[in-house]
Design a protein around this ligand. Structure first.
Ligand code: C2G
Length: 731
């Protein structure tokens, strides 16, 4: 929300007839945003205020983006489509748009953003005699159709004199500007010398010409948080280095032009000091960057007025003094102290932050423990998967290492000599800081940078059916920074295990992984070759309490990205009719229910306790594969592993269309390629099981092809291959 000084509030019902006060030129630069432009355009064409000129400037986009845009542009006389011959940046695109615009008002909109359908109506209604009016902007974290944007029928409008409060966000977006503020088209233009911060070049013109503006305190502009800052960043997701270079460039340029305009200089100085504290100081965490930027920042700092410095805290004033005196030695010392104090202050905010402070400040600088290995599986949830097989192989072969296992439950009991450490405890940070090896099948938190000597073996946790990370277009899960965070975390991986050729290729594209791919098959599947024998199977059944005289159905579904209570806590509605399954199948079968480790809901088995066993908390799903005669799943990768047993698999895909076409998308054609029937109802599941021999016969050929493509790297020796390559040969 824009914090502002209320001078005058106008409460008016916006449902009055719309007054046409003149044509509004909406200028939309387009650059490689084919994934978002449709929603943007739709939100503009939907506007209740109709006297619009919609100027789309294609700023040298890629062919496929251009083709897509030209294909979706509707026949609407209000649309003006302009192409620039090559990509020159948002300022140039907006200037092209300004040059062809004819409207009485100007409005800038980014092609990956959207506006509410009454946005222009509100802006034109409340601009009154002001030169400019701005609406409130909100973040758009997920696709518009999942946003329930409510239009309140009342809106508070403020009239503001303190322009800096509004302009401190450095953006011209969501502003309705009278064209006659500018005496000629030349002055109504953007500086084209940088990629970032070119809005400031128009804002300073506005500051030099106007005294007050109106502000609508209702969100009418939704700014998309671009979910892929790595391979398709928005301008403001560029690196801090690029942004610092651009900021200094445009600050210098405008400071020179407006050197005699006290108000503009005050604004520029405010921006410089804000940018210095939020970006430049952080850039200098890498102290070598000081050498690279010191000279230019010193020049900029010399321009600061005494007044601008007067209300700055002491340490900033000191740093500015050292910059203005060009004393890089003293400045480096000040910045180091500044960052130290900053990280200590951060560290004192909470116990969790203090542990992270200790990790960064102390633990990763303590003597390294060469033969220590830290293991973690499914974010500390259980003792399972490939990390477990690697650990047990090393212990059984008496390899000379010390072992630490991370669990959420500090009382977790596991076999062998490993030390059990509670996740996120001080010991957790200590052992991650001093241990040479990390072995994980999922993700180690963003804030845990690793030492350069550390070796991180990422075993991952399944052959991908669902599209992953950089192969996903939209991000529906709880964390909108998913791609950026994943990229940072996966840069730390030194080894990644692939269960088959198919995964090896996908992991390279989905994870942008370029280091050591271990094409060994999954250690976690060795058990399916080693222990697939009646005695072992009965031992597991007895341990769990499954009747030995019954066959077992295993139901192991995955999670749904958009069905969550919070990050990592997902909902699950059991669609299988357990009562009916018990009636039809209970004589010969029992069913093991096994929810994904993200599922927070407790599965109910009331009334069918002797038929349905909830094994969601059972550590090792591979043991459940062994005891199961049939697997029912959906889009979970479990079937790629279970297929090693060559037993029947049913795909209970009751929400296939939504899951495949909206939520995630798949790498293979689930209806064509999977080695079993895709069914949608409990009845279909029951009938398939009652005729399971026919099903097996029907899918025999497809199953053999599937096995050859996805299971052929497994022979029961994957663990040995991984241990030799990572721990024995690489030393
Ligand atoms: N899993 C489980 N129980 C389930 C589902 C999954 O124990 N009901 C375990 C299995 O080891 C499975 C792994 O979690 O292989 C991954 O589960 P998926 O359902 O495939 O979902 P996800 O966690 O999104 O991983 O490359 C694999 C993908 O990353 C999928």
């Amino acid at each position: 929300m824009i914090d502002a000084y209320e001078e005058d509030v106008i409460e008016q019902d916006i449902l009055e007839p719309i007054e046409d006060i003149g044509k509004v030129s909406i200028i939309i630069p387009f650059y490689n945003t084919k994934d978002y432009i449709e929603e943007c355009l739709h939100s503009v064409l939907e506007q209740t205020y109709e006297n619009l000129e919609i100027i789309i400037v294609n700023d040298g986009s890629a062919e496929e983006d251009t083709a897509f845009l030209e294909q979706i542009l509707p026949e609407d006389s209000r649309i003006v489509y302009v192409e620039s011959e090559k990509h020159k940046g948002v300022a140039s695109a907006r200037n092209i748009g300004l040059n062809v615009s004819t409207g009485r008002f100007l409005y800038f909109l980014d092609s990956d953003d959207v506006i509410t359908k009454n946005a222009i109506e509100l802006l034109t209604k409340y601009i009154k005699d002001n030169q400019l009016i701005v609406g409130t902007t909100k973040r758009l974290n997920k696709p518009l159709d999942l946003m329930n944007i409510t239009l309140r029928n009342k809106s508070k409008v403020l009239v503001i004199k303190k322009l800096f409060m509004v302009f401190k966000n450095r953006s011209v977006l969501n502003m309705l500007i009278r064209r006659d503020v500018f005496n000629d088209t030349e002055s109504c233009s953007f500086y084209e010398g940088t990629n970032c911060f070119t809005d400031i070049s128009l804002l300073v013109k506005l500051i030099s010409k106007i005294e007050k503006i109106s502000v609508i305190k209702q969100p009418i502009y939704y700014k998309r948080r671009r979910n892929d800052p790595i391979t398709n960043p928005s301008v403001m997701q560029l690196s801090n280095e690029i942004k610092t270079k651009d900021f200094i460039t445009i600050y210098e340029y405008l400071h020179e032009i407006y050197r005699n305009n006290e108000k503009v200089i005050r604004y520029l100085d405010l921006l410089f000091l804000n940018f210095y504290r939020k970006n430049i100081v952080l850039l200098f965490k890498d102290i070598e960057k000081v050498d690279q930027f010191f000279e230019n920042i010193a020049i900029a700092a010399k321009r600061l007025s005494r007044r601008a410095l007067s209300n700055q805290p002491l340490h900033i004033r000191l740093e500015m003094k050292q910059l203005r005196n060009e004393n890089i030695k003293k400045y480096k010392k000040s910045i180091k102290t500044h960052l130290e104090i900053r990280s200590l202050r951060q560290g004192l905010k909470s116990l969790k932050k203090f542990k992270i402070y200790c990790y960064r400040k102390f633990f990763i600088k303590m003597p390294f423990k060469e033969n220590y290995i830290v293991f973690e599986s499914f974010l500390g949830k259980n003792y399972s998967d490939s990390p477990r097989d690697i650990y047990e192989y090393m212990v059984d072969n008496n390899l000379d290492y010390k072992y630490v296992w991370i669990f959420n439950d500090k009382h977790k009991k596991i076999p062998g000599p490993a030390k059990v450490v509670k996740r996120f405890s001080f010991k957790y940070y200590y052992y991650l800081g001093v241990s040479r090896y990390w072995v994980s099948n999922s993700r180690i938190p963003m804030h845990i940078d690793k030492r350069k000597e550390n070796i991180y073996l990422q075993t991952w946790h399944g052959t991908p059916l669902k599209r992953l990370v950089f192969d996903m277009k939209e991000i529906y899960s709880a964390n909108p920074n998913y791609k950026k965070n994943f990229y940072i975390q996966s840069r730390r991986w030194d080894y990644l295990i692939a269960p088959n050729k198919y995964s090896s290729e996908i992991f390279k594209s989905a994870f942008l992984f370029e280091k050591n791919m271990l094409e060994t098959g999954y250690p976690r599947n060795d058990i399916l070759y080693r222990d697939n024998q009646p005695k072992k199977i009965n031992d597991i059944k007895a341990k769990i309490g499954i009747p030995l005289d019954k066959k077992v159905i295993l139901y192991a579904p995955t999670w749904r990205d958009d069905d969550f209570y919070a990050a990592g806590k997902y909902k699950f509605n059991l669609k299988l009719d357990l009562q009916k399954m018990k009636e039809k199948l209970g004589e010969d079968y029992v069913i093991a229910l096994r929810m994904h480790y993200f599922i927070a809901d407790e599965i109910k088995t009331d009334g069918v306790e002797d038929f349905a066993f909830n094994l969601s908390k059972y550590d090792e799903i591979a043991e459940l594969y062994l005891i199961s005669d049939i697997l029912i799943t959906d889009y979970s990768s479990v079937f790629f592993d279970y297929a090693n047993l060559k037993r029947p698999i049913l795909f209970f895909a009751y929400d296939l269309e939504k899951y495949r076409d909206k939520l995630r998308g798949f790498y293979i054609n689930i209806e064509e390629d999977v080695p079993g029937p895709v069914v949608k109802t409990s009845n279909d599941v029951i009938n398939s099981i009652l005729n399971i021999e026919d099903v097996q016969h029907q899918f025999k050929e497809k199953y053999d092809d599937f096995y050859a493509r996805f299971c052929s790297w497994h022979d029961g020796n994957s663990t040995e291959k991984v241990v030799k390559q990572v721990f024995l040969e690489s030393n």
